[in-house]
Design a protein around this ligand. Structure first.
Ligand code: NAD
Ligand code: MG
Length: 342
């Protein structure tokens, strides 16, 4: 059974005498900073020059400095910049300015697992990775709840790395919900696999094939959109509430029988073989290398794929339909040409 930490397992005092430098004020950055501050922890935000986040952070009453300045102040440095830029930020701005005994924190194990960042032996290397987007991490905290997280210690230089990791998790609200003990390796490999094979890659391509099959057979695209995309949320909510069993219980017997009979015809055993290949590429570092090489070259492949996928007909059909849903009004407002504007 996994080890899960709750509020009673963590002591905030391990972090309340420390200053936390939050580098980056995006999805996770703003949530960690505000939750820590509201938990009585001293916080400084490190932003690059000309950062669009600066006014937002200042308006929230937070101290803002350069990345170098914030790092120099930090007893704990939480690196919340995009994974593909983290190693450059670390090498150029973090490492040269870190206090000798400062702890370096991550919200995803990518750069440690694949050796893009190699902290010196004197630093605690810790992870608090919320299992939810930053806006949820903040909203649930404000509502008196929390977003679950996974926690790990890669290097315990101080002998107190677990104390500060759990205190950090408590301060952002994670231990209200539960913080699961993991390792940088497990978190990184399972996180990448989950998003590639199931949550992002698997689901989006399953929806696209379903939509294409119906539209190519002559059905109305709007009806196809409802059947293979819109209803997905209702199904997922049931699965999260009570497992796949509750979803099957809630659907009609017709749907349940169709699940047993046709599900395995669509998701055949070779899908699992392909999943294993995807996992192999994650574990060998081949995926990480491909991603970072492309990003270092200015992301030509990434941008071309983003452009191509955005052209799929289900996107324009969905966009028009969602405008008509009274209950969904405004939910596309936080997107600018397919990119989240934070
Ligand atoms: P994000 O893209 O929302 O924000 C990144 C921030 O870094 C932005 O404020 C951006 O302006 C800033 N930034 C970009 N380049 C920079 C640079 N060169 N120097 C300084 N600042 C720079 O990123 P995020 O989604 O918050 O991800 C941060 C970390 O959290 C990643 O390790 C990610 O894997 C992890 N994480 C994210 C989520 C999520 O749902 N978003 C969930 C769990 C963990
Ligand atoms: Mg994930």
């Amino acid at each position: 059974m996994a080890e899960i930490f709750y509020d009673d397992d963590a002591n905030l005092s391990a972090i309340q005498d420390k200053k936390v430098a939050i580098i980056g004020y995006g999805s996770q950055g703003h949530a960690h900073a505000l939750n820590l501050r509201d938990s009585g922890v001293e916080v400084v935000i490190g932003l690059r020059e000309g950062s669009k986040s600066e006014p937002k952070a200042r308006e929230a009453g937070l101290e803002v400095k350069s990345v170098e300045g914030a790092v120099a102040d930090g007893d704990i440095v939480m690196l919340l910049v995009p994974d593909q830029v983290a190693r450059t930020t670390y090498i150029q701005q973090v490492e040269p300015n870190m206090k000798d005994n400062a702890a370096i924190f991550f919200a995803h194990g990518f750069n440690i697992r694949f050796d893009y960042i190699k902290p010196g032996a004197g630093h605690d290397v810790c992870m608090v990775a919320p299992k939810g987007p930053g806006h949820k991490v903040r909203a649930s905290f404000e509502a008196g709840q929390g977003t679950p997280a996974v926690v790990a210690v890669e290097q315990d230089a101080s002998g107190k790395a677990w104390d500060i990791t759990l205190a950090y998790a408590k301060a952002i609200g994670a231990t209200r919900a539960g913080a699961i003990k993991t390792t940088f390796t497990e978190e990184t490999e399972t996180d990448l696999f989950g998003e590639q094979a199931v949550l992002c890659g698997g689901v989006s391509h399953l929806i696209q094939y379903g939509f294409e099959t119906l539209v190519e057979a002559g059905y109305q695209p709007e009806v196809a959109y409802f059947e293979v995309c819109h209803e997905l949320k209702l199904i997922v909510d049931l699965i999260i509430e009570g497992g796949i069993s509750k979803q099957r219980w809630s659907c009609s017997d017709t749907a349940e029988y169709g699940d047993y009979i046709s599900g395995p015809r669509v998701i055949t055993p070779d899908v699992k073989e392909h999943m294993k290949e995807v996992l192999d590429d994650i574990r060998s570092g081949a995926f990480a290398q491909k991603f970072i090489d492309d990003q270092d070259a200015g992301a030509p492949e990434f941008c071309a794929l983003r452009e191509k996928e955005a052209q799929h007909p289900i996107e324009s059909v969905g966009k028009e339909l969602r405008k008509m849903f009274a209950w969904n009004a405004g939910h596309d407002d936080d997107y600018v040409e397919g990119q989240a504007a934070r």
